[in-house]
Design a protein around this ligand. Sequence first.
Ligand code: NAD
Length: 285
Amino acid sequence: MPRLENQVAVITGAASGIGEGTVRAYVAEGAKVVIADIEDVRGSALAEELGPGTTFVHTDVSSEDDVARAVATAVERWGRLDVMFNNAGFGGAGGPIEDLDMAAYDTTMNVLLKGVFMGAKHAARQMKAQGSGVILNTASVAGLQAGFGPLVYSAAKAAVAHFSRCLAVELAPFGVRVNAICPGVIVTNIFTNSLGVPAEMRDALLPKIDTALSNWAPLGRSGFPADIANAALWLASPEASYVTGQAITVDGGLTAGRSMGEFGERIASAFGIDPAVFAAQRAGQ
Ligand code: NAD
């Protein structure tokens, strides 16, 4: 039996990358999905490709009316809401703190944090009434450690992870589970978008991002949307029925730590020892 048979989901940021990958995974497992995004052309094309089990709703997650409409569409069309995946995002405000443009700060926080709050708010109303549901929020390794994203982005993602823990406790008595997913570095348009690459050129550049990232994580390959979609699938499924209040990292080992080899090389060079000797000693231990 498909793992999400008769389940209804709203996925924000669903027209591209992780969101699109999750739409495809959910539909393949029997779910009905509202594709919620600001990218009308991509979102509509995806809904057309996947058929009547999906529908596109123009949704800017920083607009409460838009978020409410996306949730209402799921309930009006399919009678319930089982999964709310608050996933929309972008790089947002950049630059050093002393130059921070506060309007850009507001825009960034409105999408990355307020958008998640509003998605959860409107989903919770429906899910509490049903007595069941799953809320998933896309955080990031940037919310766990410094160095993986701009300052405002990273702070927002840390807040998303902690919001997910706190909301999980609030909603647990009502049969609603809440978890965050912290992706590592995933090959998507978020990078080309941040660099100002025109929309029509972005997909063609994804292989270059894959090449650039392929040896960065300990597992030795880039992360792909399907890696995160698989986590989102598991968290939505009954197999995760005892999992709530977690920020689950899916990063190929990126945040696990550095390799001992690099450490050893630095220590060896500090004492003028040939790193190869150090490596041979370690290998013999
Ligand atoms: P992506 O650019 O491929 O997809 C992001 C989607 O969000 C796009 O379709 C975009 O149109 C949509 N979006 C942007 N602003 C929106 C708004 N105001 N309202 C509705 N939709 C909006 O990038 P992605 O990597 O798939 O990003 C998905 C999520 O994953 C984001 O929250 C991002 O911060 C997070 N994330 C990505 C990575 C990574 O390495 N790619 C790592 C950690 C976390």
